[in-house]
Ligand binder design. Structure first.
Ligand SMILES: *Cc1c(COP(=O)(O)O)cnc(C)c1O
Length: 404
């Protein structure tokens, strides 16, 4: 089919089958457009799953990466380095946090957060205070601890025994949390918008209630902003818009704009529990990743860019509602900023992946969140023309699926 030395069928020969990638193999990206091996063009509404916050190959990120690649790549944490220190300053100057720990992914950032929550409770209240409360449908990563804290049982199946001391309850239900939280709770963990779970935003009242319950029980509030953070909701981090301050916050995905990096942010007081030798990462905070992320945050943390995220949300919403008024396929369009979900009506349940496939045919990359929710997590600076063109392609894909 393809005369390229490697192609999609190579995947089946040499890769572990834990993914099922699309048939085409992308080779180049620019802004919100991507081209595959055959030269076919795609609009990108997926953004590498909320990662490519500034699109593909942003000139300022290329320049930051090139500059750092000529200076210093890696040292290990036996030494510190300028990009890591500057990035940590940028993160602490613009958030509640006073201290930062760097790692390489969202899962690792959450692993660090959960370990810190346990250790902080152990240091200050003793070993009995070790329970972590989390929510159904949540997603926190794929390490054994993070799949255990995550609220999707299927990701633990076959990997048992999993770590103990993890409880789950219903998202956006404060009474359910009240029933389960206790003085043995060391942390309550949640995503301000459940991403993988279906793009479900937390009610502001629920968030305030969690904060009060955490205070009452001396439990830490851990916000997983791996997907919702770094401008995605139109605020640098979603907690800022919710008016509730966490004790620990995790970031990754958009933080590196496509270069792997994760970060755990916390207060000085809580940070004390990760004393010398308690935790670490060989690559965490390496100069290359930090130099790119420093450029990303400088560009994103700009009132005009953040304000535009809201405007682009409105444009997405208008198009989705127009498609819905024609085809009546969505129960609702929800989410904040450029993390949006459109839930399919019952008639089309299970057909999210069919719409995805039809969209790919039309030249559109997008996402689902579960079987019934179309998810949009594009570049925060996607041009309006690209939104319009991508939506025209989505409409053609929807038309195909509803008449099939
Ligand atoms: C993607 C995601 C993670 C996991 O991040 P990785 O970089 O894949 O380890 C954790 N939490 C949330 C909310 C995510 O969306």
């Amino acid at each position: 089919m393809s005369e390229h030395p490697v192609n999609r069928s190579t995947f089946d020969q040499v890769m572990v089958p834990n993914y099922a990638p699309q048939a085409m193999v992308p080779v180049r990206g620019e802004g919100s457009r991507v081209w595959d091996q055959e030269g076919k063009e795609y609009l990108d509404f997926a953004g590498g799953i909320a990662v490519n916050a500034l699109g593909h190959c942003h000139p300022a990120l290329i320049s930051a990466l090139k500059k750092q690649s000529n200076a210093l790549w890696h040292l290990s944490n036996i030494y510190t380095n300028e990009p890591a220190l500057e990035l940590a300053q940028e993160l602490t100057n613009n958030t509640f946090a006073e201290k930062v720990f760097f790692c390489n992914s969202g899962g690792e950032a959450n692993e660090a957060a959960f370990k810190l929550a346990r250790k902080y409770a152990y240091d200050n209240f003793g070993p009995k205070k070790n329970e972590i409360v989390s929510f159904y449908q949540s997603f926190h990563g794929r390490t054994l601890f993070t799949v255990t804290v995550g609220g999707q049982k299927k990701y633990c199946e076959g990997f048992e025994p999993v770590p103990g001391g993890v409880l789950h309850t219903t998202y956006n239900d404060l009474d359910a949390l009240k029933a389960i939280i206790s003085d043995n709770t060391c942390a309550v963990v949640l995503e301000p918008i459940q991403g993988e779970g279906g793009v479900i935003p937390a009610d502001p009242e629920f968030m305030r209630g969690i904060r009060a319950l955490c205070n009452q029980h001396n439990a830490l509030l851990v916000l997983d902003e791996v997907q919702s953070g770094m401008g995605r909701t139109g605020e640098l981090f979603a907690y800022i818009g919710l008016g509730v301050t966490p004790d620990i916050l995790t970031s990754a995905k958009s933080l590196g704009g496509g270069f792997p990096i994760g970060a755990m942010l916390t207060t000085s007081k809580v940070a004390e529990s990760l004393g010398f030798g308690t935790h670490g990462s060989t690559y965490g905070g390496n100069p290359l990743a930090c130099a790119v992320a420093l450029e990303v945050i400088k560009i994103i943390n700009d009132p005009k860019l953040l304000d535009n995220v809201g405007k682009k949300h409105d444009r997405f919403r208008k198009h989705l509602e127009a498609i819905n008024s024609k085809y009546a396929i969505f129960t609702e369009v929800r989410g904040k900023g450029l993390l949006m979900g459109a839930e399919l009506v019952e008639k089309y349940h299970g057909q999210g992946k069919d719409i995805l496939a039809a969209a790919a045919d039309e030249g559109l990359m997008m996402l689902v969140a579960g079987p019934n929710v179309l998810r949009f997590a594009p570049s925060l600076i996607i041009p309006d023309e690209d939104i319009d063109e991508g939506m025209a392609r989505l409409e053609r894909a929807v038309a195909k699926v509803v008449t099939a």
